[in-house]
Design a protein around this ligand. Structure first.
Ligand code: BG6
Length: 499
């Protein structure tokens, strides 16, 4: 068999490697998707013997795939080895393990470590020539958070670019690896029916929700230094927004796609400082520029969670009203919200279409009908379109009728995990679903005024009850007279929800 790539995992004993990367590699290998004879080298500060590491790999697979075939699993684990790299030790041992015959070949370096270690690792690799591509490609995968704010993101970007080229850096946003997120592109650009109404003339507002049922759990230490804005909005929510709002790319080349999402980020209307201030006085200003544009909340009981600083002001919920200043979207609010300890884990986009210009069916018993399209990212992945139709009987009473499609009803391969797709794309040198450096910086530039206002204590933390949809103040973000949708776990239970 031909020699395949070597995947080096920094942080090999960590949570990400165990829960996501090793199972993803297993699935790819089991489906024969990994090219040639691949190797995986795990590295970490503390040691594993070779056999102990292989046991660790097999345990990680069994935890994700309880019925994994034992013999196949042994073969899979045999491709793994471990190199111990205690702090302060140079990268010679890794270099040695990588190129027993003097050739590194194709290599992917996966940095599953805290971001504070990214630049040191990149420098260590570059110093010993391991980012050199004379005997095969060399790619670096980094996870979010890419920086802590705009300045640190710029510094990190500069540090990485002093060790390798931009096209060698694959920045992961695992949302882009989700099949249903990619489907936004397919849905938008393969259905002329929708593309022709996908603009400010027909769309009233867009609602994007990423709600989580769980709290911070065991990740308090990390989360308390990040908060919902850095953890979810700067990256995942911005990517969803960009896919909904982007112009059709000229083709599916990675740069065509990424240029279009970058144009969306460049068109985001900057937040005005006044719109980030204490929202309470703004309640009295009916609407217009006085309304808050971004609100933060924290679930009751957060301070009692493990790893949270007693005087923490970290937010676990963020809502924001965002405008995209271009011809397609001028004046259309995109209202986004994300939070922990909400009623149900659900990520979805709701496109609210405008009402008919003339209301023909004026019947007090009929609801005010307008169409909405729900793109459900998870769970119960699918689409739902509401239509106004006549209720049976005399007169012209109207009903909102949902038309729905569920991914689970499609024949074929089951939806794969985001990491499988992303690792495979990196092996194949396709960066389409990875975030380009300029996009990361554009998103930080957009959220930085919010971080500044919060650091200056200009906006209070609104408390919300665990299991609720967030702070009541969040309603101020909506267009007048509108309500947040309260989604259910099952898409088609819309309106008769059993959470
Ligand atoms: C991660 C965040 O990037 O995304 C987590 O750090 C969050 O806090 C997670 O829980 C949500 O991802 P998913 O795929 O479960 O929606």
């Amino acid at each position: 068999m031909t020699r395949g790539p070597t995947i080096v995992i920094f942080g090999a004993s960590g949570d990400l490697a165990r829960r996501k990367l090793i199972p993803a590699l297993w699935h790819l290998s089991a489906r024969g998707r990994l090219p040639g004879h691949f190797r995986v080298i795990g590295t970490g500060r503390t040691g594993f013997g070779q056999q102990a590491y292989r046991e660790h790999v097999m345990d990680a697979v069994r935890a994700a795939v309880p019925d994994a075939d034992a013999a196949q699993l042994e073969g899979f684990a045999a491709a793994f080895s471990f190199v111990r790299m205690p702090e302060g030790v140079s990268f010679h041992a890794l270099r040695e393990a990588l190129s027993p015959d003097g050739q590194c070949g194709d290599c992917i370096f996966y940095l599953a470590v805290p971001p504070s270690l990214y630049s040191g690792i990149a420098a260590g690799l570059a110093e010993l020539g391991m980012m050199d591509e004379k005997d095969g490609y060399k790619r670096l995968i980094v996870e979010k958070p890419f920086g802590y704010d705009l300045d640190s993101a710029v510094a990190l970007q500069d540090a990485l670019l002093s060790c390798c080229r931009e096209d060698q850096i694959y920045r992961i946003d695992h949302y882009l690896g989700k099949e249903t997120v990619q489907n936004i592109l397919a849905f938008r650009f393969s259905n002329a029916l929708f593309e022709s109404v996908w603009n400010r003339n027909y769309i009233d507002w867009v609602e994007i929700t990423a709600a989580e049922e769980l709290g911070v759990g065991k990740r308090g230490g990390y989360y308390d230094t990040a908060g919902a804005l850095r953890d979810m909005v700067q990256n995942h929510m911005m990517q969803l927004l960009a896919l909904v709002a982007m112009e059709p790319p000229v083709n599916l080349n990675p740069e065509s796609l990424r240029n279009e999402t970058q144009k969306v980020f460049q068109s985001l209307r900057p937040f005005e400082r006044a719109s980030l201030a204490d929202p309470v006085p703004a309640v009295h200003e009916a609407c217009g520029p006085g309304r808050p544009a971004c609100i933060r909340g924290r679930y009751r009981g957060y301070l009692d969670e493990a790893g949270i600083a007693p005087a923490s002001t970290t937010e676990t919920w963020v809502g924001a009203r965002i405008f995209i200043d271009n011809w397609r979207w001028g004046g259309v609010p995109f209202v986004v919200r994300t939070g922990k300890k909400m009623p149900v884990r659900v990520t979805e986009i709701v496109v609210h279409f405008k009402r008919t210009p003339h209301i023909l069916f004026r019947n007090s018993a009929s609801p005010q009908v307008s169409n909405s399209l729900i793109i459900r990212i998870q769970p119960d992945e699918g689409l739902l379109l509401t239509l106004g139709l006549k209720s049976p009987g005399s007169g012209f009473g109207l009903q909102q009728i949902p038309l729905h499609f569920h991914y689970r009803e499609l024949e074929g391969t089951p939806l794969s995990e985001a990491y499988e797709r992303l690792i495979l794309d990196c092996i194949n040198g396709d960066p389409s679903l990875f975030i380009r450096g300029d996009a990361v910086l554009a998103c930080w530039r957009f959220v930085q005024p919010v971080l500044d206002a919060w650091t200056a204590g200009e906006s209070p933390l609104a408390e919300y009850a665990p299991g609720s949809w967030g702070p009541e103040l969040g309603d101020l973000l909506l267009p007048p007279g509108e309500h947040w949708r309260e989604p259910c776990r099952v898409l088609s239970e819309d309106g008769v929800c059993h959470l």
